[in-house]
Design a protein around this ligand. Sequence first.
Ligand SMILES: *Cc1c(COP(=O)(O)O)cnc(C)c1O
Length: 493
Amino acid sequence: MIFYSTRSKSHTADSTEAVLKGIAPDGGLYTPVDFESMRLDVADVLNKSAIEISAAVIGRILNDFTPAEMRAIIEAAYAGKFETEDLTPVEKVGDDFVLELFRGPTSAFKDVALSVLPRLIIASREKLGVKDEIVILTATSGDTGKAALEGFHDVEGTRIVVFYPDGGVSDVQKAQMVTQAGGNVGVCAVRGNFDDAQTGVKNIFADDEANHWAAASGARLSSANSINIGRLAPQVAYYYKAYCDLVLRGEITLGDPVNFIVPTGNFGDILAGEFARRMGLPVAKLVCASNANNVLTDFINTGVYDRRREFYKTASPSMDILVSSNLERYLFLASGGDFDLVADLMDQLKREGVYIAPEGLMAAMRDHFSAGCADDAKALDAIRRVWKSHGYLMDTHTAVGWAVMEEFKAREDNGWANVLLSTASPYKFSRDVLSAISDAEPESGFGAMRLLSEVSRVPVPEGLASLEGKAPRFTDCVGKADMLEYVKKAVSR
Ligand SMILES: *Cc1c(COP(=O)(O)O)cnc(C)c1O
């Protein structure tokens, strides 16, 4: 399989190179175009286990690994690490379905991919005969950081440095990161928001000085953000798994299309749904749900991508994003692989903060995508109503999706089953979730966690309960311009 940079013809990679590099030298994102050769029929995986489905799906996309190699990678990545054996269970809530992606070690959907990525990177390094230490740089809006630390800590041949926006993550998310154990990890706050942290990391990848420094130190920079194709591929699997579950339970008939509603930030999760659709999964609509940072809602509805707008800190911080990296991959696919168009639009976005996509591309997008947004008030109201009427507790990100799903059904009900992707455990955002279902006013995120557990009678996940009282290991905070210095320091430690 050839992976193309989205920005020029001259940078191609096979799957091991794409995984190891993370991002193409021209700043583009490695993307496959030949989905016909990646085709996977549901019937071929219908009765398989979650781990088997995952190995089959990822193996189709990253095809430089043999089926036996991939199977071993996936087995080692997941076995015994998730709360449920089927990894990503589907719950029926009212007439709709909730796909729970948060049953992994850090209680966010990022675990699904970040449990696998370190093993893909190490296996790629071996296959390519690379001896350099792989230095993973990650910007996080809250959940990626911890899931990446959990996946990479003490993995031989790797180091990981995580940057998070100072004051831009929940207290539980912060505690998860700054208490991380491991000899090869670094965690640092950045003065700014997530976009600042993400831009800072992207700039380091594109910086000659940084790359020379890395080469001279026997290191190689790579990314655990969803710009890495090795992050995206594992996410395609749960679309297949959910579909199989619905067929096996008799909720749908094999071949029926299904709507997937996806709480979206960087457009990685929903893009995995588009990959699944292009690989042959019967998908009706992919519904992109945003919070008050609704740049994608506007884009899908108008064709104008305009990041020059107020940035809101919301109760769903992992979706507080104005520059959605993976949309670049979608533009590339939907334009039929038009490198020049994508390079031009990305350049406009960087220089002017805005671009307008061609009408033909937007028409194609609207055939398969729909979009909506919900602010904090709407999301909290959804948590309260769903708890009251169905006894099902959602986190704040999932709640944005629920509210958008309701609007979607009212606007364009196509009659097909709706699957809402649930991206985090309610306990990760206890304070806001609790405020939606009770009048309690706990002092801390941990107090909220305990109260929430008392009210809901759902136990707190072990990884979160054990955080309280742990001393922080990392207290650094740097400006955007000093991120590379921090990386150098962390690597030489
Ligand atoms: C990362 C994240 C999202 C957004 O996913 P993208 O792939 O960035 O669109 C939504 N909800 C939660 C809880 C997340 O951690």
